[in-house]
Design a binder for this molecule. Structure first.
Ligand code: DGJ
Length: 699
């Protein structure tokens, strides 16, 4: 059954997923109007809905229906998705329908629209994948004029609309360095609300995901409309709510004030802004997003990610061959499978003040290059990974001395330094080519298995002197990063990449299409991490969530926590270890080895299973992962008010009539009891208590 249907009489298209329908129609003026996004509808039902054109609220409003891609033009006063200015000064667009096509597999609809006067072609793209309710949308603009450029003042990927409800609430992710992915739920104000990054990077401060509901949705009940933008540079999403009417939101790459010039014959294509409707709460929405990420975003979804060791918290910039080998020896004893050397291995990079950009091993620290360390890591049975920050440069570096014009800068403006760094303008083909070349050499020479691709610096003074369309760099830099990653991966098929930007400043569906996992925060305190991981899990699966066990007291918070608690929190994603193992006692190393082994037993379920966030009530937070007959429960109790034990934990996704065996204790539980009464939790007394339970359906 094709996913896209067309009704020519009503000029109506219907997209269908397993539990969702999305409908749009052509209005009399040939603009594409929103009809429906929600529960399944037949084409006939959608046609009936399309006939119910909302009357304008008053003579002060002309357009009551919602545009799929609002433009400036006519009596439209909401936030536009597309803003253009032609060479003669005319702004806005008046549409003429120019046809549509649907791919042979039935999942990709393109609606072509021309301006009635100017040779401008816009194509609205909609794609649904078999078995998924996610609708991918993006826009292509083509300047078909033979002589004149067109100024593009805004080009969003898509505008979305929730149906009429009496209340609207939004869920979104906020934060900062060390406090990423904090989930906030708040009523959508009668106003325009902007979620954005102006940093040239996805940002720690907002993530390009949001969910809208009518204020009644909870974890496992209620309708949720959520969207996510697949872009790793600056972005903007504007929600719009009038005193009457519905909530709409438009989003895409770039922030306000950027202008792009489309030369004659040139096209500009946006990233995907994906949308998902789910009827069963925030949990179902997250599971559907996780499945989408696995099936349609990641390149290696079936791979189980290795337990890694990362040297950053252990050594800072104090990196050398002997120190790394000592850490590697201990890491191997614990069962680590991938050893990652972090910052400080190259050039004059003995602190954050110098050397960034000079990507040859520091000869004092690695007198024979990286060869001996790589060989030792492999001898110990581990893969080798290395930290890079390809987009940044210290002014005190040979690279900057040779190419001061390669950084983002503007005439007559200072060059603001943050972390003593500037940003390379990878929109420049020469800078991008040079960057690809050294990365390719590094990966090729040492057979690097894993790159931690960091980016610790937002854009400032983002100019490109001498370039005719300098704001293009906000798009082209990000595209160049994507191209370099794609090329490296194509040429080195075994290479895996971790996305990082000073912690979780670059987590999005765009970067995940060319990386394997994300470092989600430099904050490794397990108590803080519970909240950070909770926010991250709204959109992203555990399979891409890199999480380390580090030292106690924690370097960021000074909080002391037991080793077992730190492990149990990090086991909720892709386990890593980031502590100074040379300072860990024999007892700690022994316990860690046991906990790594325990993780390896559960990781196929954690990394590839379906996730249920069971509880998060301040006292107890618990997550369940389910794969076939196996269930893994991780529960964390950071504080124990009054010394009370938390109530038994009611599980999800178990069958009432089946019996479940605890693989570690041998206890058995009827499914009905697990569902309705709960799993008794055998937590140690006191604060920072945690447990890991493995259950298997026994019959
Ligand atoms: C920021 C990253 O998030 C850290 O893990 C570490 O790699 C440092 N950069 C190194 O400079």
């Amino acid at each position: 059954m094709p996913s896209v249907l067309f009704d020519p009489d009503h000029r109506l298209w219907l997209l269908r997923g397993p539990t969702t329908a999305y409908a749009v129609r052509l209005a009399e003026d040939d603009s594409v109007r929103h009809v429906h996004w929600g529960a399944p509808l037949t084409l006939g039902q959608a046609a009936e809905l399309a006939e119910r054109i909302s009357p304008a609220a008053s003579s002060f409003e002309a357009v009551a229906d919602v545009d799929e891609l609002a433009v400036e033009g006519g009596a439209r006063f909401g936030p536009p998705s597309l803003l253009v200015r032609f060479a003669d000064g005319t702004r806005g667009v008046e549409w003429r329908y120019a046809g549509h096509d649907i791919d042979d597999d039935g999942g990709h609809l393109r609606i072509h629209l021309d301006d009635r006067h100017y040779p401008l072609r816009v194509t609205l793209n909609y794609r649904v994948h078999a078995g998924s309710d996610v609708i991918e949308r993006w826009t292509l603009v083509e300047n078909r004029d033979e002589h004149d450029p067109v100024a593009v003042l805004r080009l969003d990927s898509a505008a979305w609309a929730a149906p009429h409800r009496t209340r609207y609430r939004m869920s979104h992710l906020v934060g900062g360095w060390n406090s990423e992915f904090q989930l906030r739920r708040t009523d959508v104000p009668v106003a325009e609300t902007v979620l954005t990054s102006r940093r040239g990077m996805t940002s720690h401060h907002a993530n390009p995901w949001l969910a809208v509901d009518d204020g009644t949705a909870v974890e496992e009940h209620g309708e949720v409309w959520s969207t996510a933008l697949a872009w790793s540079g600056s972005w903007r999403v504007t929600l719009h709510r009038d005193p009457v009417g519905r909530v709409t939101w438009t989003g895409g790459f770039g922030h306000e004030g950027l202008t792009w010039s489309l030369a004659p014959g040139e096209t500009l294509e946006t990233p995907v802004f994906a949308g998902l409707y789910t009827a069963n709460g925030f949990g179902a929405a997250s599971r559907a997003w996780h499945a989408y990420v696995r099936e349609h975003v990641l390149s290696h979804p079936d791979e189980t990610h290795p337990v890694l060791y990362n040297s950053w918290e252990a050594t800072g910039f104090d990196v050398d061959e002997a120190g790394q080998m000592a850490l590697a020896a201990r890491a191997a004893r614990l069962g680590v499978e991938l050893f990652v050397m972090d910052d400080g291995w190259f050039g004059a990079r003995t602190s954050e003040r110098a050397g960034l950009g000079d990507w040859t091993p520091n000869s004092d620290r690695f007198p024979s290059g990286l060869g001996p360390l790589v060989a030792e890591v492999r001898r110990l049975g581990m893969r080798f990974g290395i930290w890079v920050e390809p987009e940044s440069v210290n002014p005190d570096s040979d690279l900057y001395r040779a190419h001061p014009d390669w950084v983002l800068h503007m005439a007559n403006r200072g060059r603001t330094e943050m972390r003593n760094q500037l940003v390379l303008n990878l929109a420049r083909p020469d800078a991008a080519e040079w960057t690809h070349a050294w990365l390719d050499r590094l990966v090729g020479e040492y057979g690097v298995d894993f790159l931690k691709w960091d980016a610790n610096r937002p854009f400032t003074e983002a100019g490109w002197p001498g370039h005719g369309d300098p704001d293009r760099l906000w798009i082209e830099h990000t595209r160049a990063v994507y191209q370099i990653m794609d090329r490296l991966r194509a040429d080195h098929p075994g290479l895996r990449i971790e996305a990082c930007a000073g912690g979780g400043g670059r987590a999005d569906l765009g970067v995940l299409a060319r990386t394997d996992q994300v470092w989600i925060s430099d904050n490794t305190d397990p108590v803080d991490r519970i909240g950070i991981q909770h926010g991250f899990s709204q959109l992203y699966p555990a399979h891409v969530m890199s999480a380390w066990v580090t030292d106690s007291p924690n370097v960021a918070t000074a909080r002391r926590t037991p080793l077992r608690f730190r492990f149990h929190v990090a086991m909720a994603g892709v386990l890593g270890i980031g502590g100074d193992l040379t300072a860990w006692t024999e007892q700690e190393l022994k316990e860690s080895a046991e906990l790594v082994a325990a993780y390896k037993r559960v990781r196929p379920v954690v990394q590839h299973g379906r996730q249920h966030r069971l509880r998060g009530d301040g006292t107890l937070t618990a997550v369940q992962y389910t794969r076939d007959d196996d269930h893994v429960v991780l529960a964390w109790c950071p504080t124990r008010a009054f010394g009370h034990d938390p109530a038994p934990l009611r599980l999800a996704a178990v069958q009432p009539e089946a019996t479940y065996l605890d693989l570690d204790t041998g206890a058995t539980y009827p499914g009905a009891v697990l569902l309705h009464s709960g799993l008794p939790l055998d937590l140690p007394p006191g604060d920072h208590a945690s447990t890991l339970v493995r259950l298997r359906k026994a019959g």
